[in-house]
Write a protein that binds this ligand. Structure first.
Ligand code: PLP
Length: 396
């Protein structure tokens, strides 16, 4: 039977990693892979995480199953982080968290729940979006559609997005990035979130908010603006939260699917379905990452250490964005790439064309995705002059 199986090409990013490894250029720069990098180009374990792990090692007494919803202590820690410590949604018992293997696992839970319990609903993702959204929702058997997000001049196309939302069939699901939009870095303003809320309410759409970068944009609370607004103002919202980036625990597979329902009764009904889907997919989520997050967030001192570290990461990225634009000024290109200074999060749609991306790779050893998406965390004070000179050359 296997004779007829065709090999598919690997993930484009994995190809990029390999090509970068093999490149002998001493000045090579990796702007491709979606993980945070510090000034030395490393992705270290955060101090708060190390401390939490030391405590866990000492105190952990069992490795028994944690159940399909995961650890209640993790859920108790993450819900206020996402929805706000004094959230009226939590006060009313309208929300719950089901721990999952990363944000990806949470998205898959949501996808299977929608496919099974809300059959016939289409799902709408931004164009462009994180490519895995396409695979995930399609694999679950949901009809996938796109709404515009970026215009031809590489700017957020909010008017286009709004016009599309006004035509989405009633009851369909709309996927929104809470902050740090991947791959573009273009986020909605508070006013735009409020405008969108009215359309979503009017057309009775179900928002599925992907919250993979809380704390990487403007701050833990600032980044949650849209999530909290929608959860407080609408009866029904799904939220997928990831701890991969903001705790730097990428390989611990830690996230959750949050159900916000009209009341506690309906929330429990929905939540019970998440357990079924989890059981059918992987039974229980992995425990370690949730235990780390819970250990940190339940200890005010350790939580303060973590917040400081996260602030450091966010500030580094935002500062590099400004320095990148400044470094392009002598080449007369600051205005052309000003968007990089305005975007938020780890990623930027730079506006570099696929041909320019190829030249940057071949002539300068600078690696990024052909869409022109750069991981800004790959910038450093040392490599910015080299990167900006190379960009000037491919613009020449
Ligand atoms: N959603 C978006 C937009 C992402 O960029 C990512 C990771 O890159 C995820 C979800 C999933 O994150 P993870 O499964 O690593 O927690």
């Amino acid at each position: 039977m296997f004779e007829r199986i065709e090999r598919v090409p690997g993930d484009a990013i994995l190809g990029l990693i390999q090509a970068f490894k093999e490149d002998t250029n001493p000045q090579k720069v990796d702007l491709g892979v979606g993980v945070y990098r510090d000034a030395e180009g490393n992705t270290p374990v955060m101090r708060a995480v190390k401390e939490a792990e030391a405590r866990l090692l000492k105190n952990e007494s069992t490795k028994t199953y944690i159940g399909s919803h995961g650890s209640p202590a993790y859920g108790d820690a993450v819900l206020p982080l996402v929805l706000g410590a004094d959230s009226p949604v939590l006060e009313a018992g309208r929300a719950s968290a089901t721990q999952s293997p990363g944000g990806t696992g949470a998205l898959r839970l949501a996808a299977d729940f929608i496919a099974g319990e809300l059959p016939g609903r289409g799902i709408w993702v931004s164009d462009p979006t994180w490519p895995n959204h396409h695979g995930l929702f399609t694999a679950a058997g949901i009809a996938l559609h796109k709404y515009p997000y970026v215009d031809a001049d590489n700017r957020l196309d909010f008017d286009g997005m709004l016009a599309a939302f006004n035509k989405i069939p009633e009851g369909d699901v709309v996927v929104l990035h809470a902050c740090c939009h991947n791959p573009t870095g273009f986020d909605l303003s508070a006013e735009q979130w409020r405008t969108l809320l009215e359309v979503v309410r009017e057309r009775r759409l179900l928002p599925l908010i992907d919250f993979a970068y809380q704390g990487f944009g403007q701050g833990l609370d600032e980044d949650a603006y849209g999530v909290r607004l929608f959860a407080e103002q609408l009866d029904e919202v799904l939220i997928t939260s990831s701890c991969s980036k903001n705790f730097g625990i990428y390989n611990e597979r830690t996230g959750c699917l949050i159900a916000v329902a009209k009341n506690a009764e309906q929330m429990e009904n929905v939540r019970s379905q998440f357990a079924v889907v989890a059981r059918e997919n992987y039974s229980n989520p992995p425990a370690h990452g949730g235990a780390i997050v819970s250990e940190i967030l339940h200890d005010p001192e350790l939580a303060a250490v973590w917040r400081d570290e996260l602030t450091e990461m966010r500030d580094r990225v935002n500062t590099l964005r400004q320095e990148f634009v400044k470094a392009l000024d002598p080449y007369g290109l600051a205005e052309k790439y000003a968007c990089v200074g305005e975007q938020r999060g780890m990623f930027s749609y730079t506006g570099l064309t696929p041909d320019q991306v190829d030249r940057l790779r071949d002539e300068f050893g600078i690696y990024m995705v052909r869409s022109g998406r750069a991981n800004v965390a790959g910038f450093s004070r040392e490599n910015l002059p080299y990167i900006t000179r190379a960009i000037a050359v491919v613009n020449g």
